[in-house]
Design a binder for this molecule. Sequence first.
Ligand code: SF4
Length: 382
Amino acid sequence: MGSLVIVSKGKDPYRTTKRILQRFPLPDLEGKSVLIKPNAARLASPGDGVTTHPRVVAAAIDHLKEKGARRIVIGESCIFGVNAAEAFRVTGMKEVSEEKKVELLDLDQGDPMEIAIPNGKVIRKIKVPAVLKQFHFIISVPVMKTHMHTQVTLSIKNMKGLLWRREKARFHQLRYDKKVTKGDKELDIAISEMASVLFPHLAVIDGTVGMEGMGPAYGRGKRMGMILVGDNALSADAVAARLMGLRPKTVAHLRLTREKGLGEIDPQRISVVPRDYSKWVVPFEPPPSRLSIPFPSVMVHDEGSCSACLSTLLVFLQDYHSKLTDYRLEDQNVHIGIGKHLKACPRGTILIGNCASKMKGRGIFIQGCPPVSSQIADCLKI
Ligand code: SF4
């Protein structure tokens, strides 16, 4: 059988992770340089289900040291508008790096390099931090979360955080004819094409506290007490998706990555330990299809936005929702438009982000990619 995924449950993130890694057959890492890529790109505290629990990362570091790794680095490139030093402090990564005496790298600080994508349909090359070429082994350590654009975000999607600076946003701006996309979203295709050149060597999925609903940042924390380790990131993601109550082949970026021959997603064809792991399936609430659900009287016209604009909008609505009364239109709703495919919205719509600029004749346009919440409030004078 090809790939191996071990799933374990436990109360303590450090001990649960360490226990699986000790059982897991890793390649020889003696003298190797290893990059640990957690999800630490946002300002969120350990246990909120947004970012990787630092004790999971601590266990991985200790195990790598025992295996003789020469250089161990925790690296992340934060989402736009987030200060890396602050994110590393709040997420607990700084503390772990100091305790374990390993480097903590803001991957946006160095120079970039380009990697060509052979046979890429929607992306021909990607820009990544040049420092990546210094590593022999990359471990993706995501949180088990739902995602408003990609259904789930796990170890394959977590690698998108290795794209250099604004390269991440480019993935959301792609637009191709249906003849090219064959009905799939450009973002899902781009993730699968990225995976063809940026595939982690090991996945350690943090399901200690995951996130359901409005992931990746504004959903509800879901306590699972679970860790998965897989030697094929795609198979590990498929098993994690299964544990979240999904059929892996219905998650587009997993199916597309499978079609590239990068791994198996049929749980029947993956060696999973324990074999009866499905006893731990706990369906995650899917992300809402419309933002208006949590914010009554707000109609969001979202056609092809990316998670950066969506996150900005959620922060903005959380902070200023009650102050938008003056912007209600005839139907008593506040209309907000985002996204590159936006074609229709009522006159008077608040249009957020450069992608919506072509509609600016129809309402109040707020530029930025994305604008931050306070900028939107300033423009609206609220
Ligand atoms: S304007 Fe908004 S939707 Fe468009 S790329 Fe920038 S952040 Fe994404």
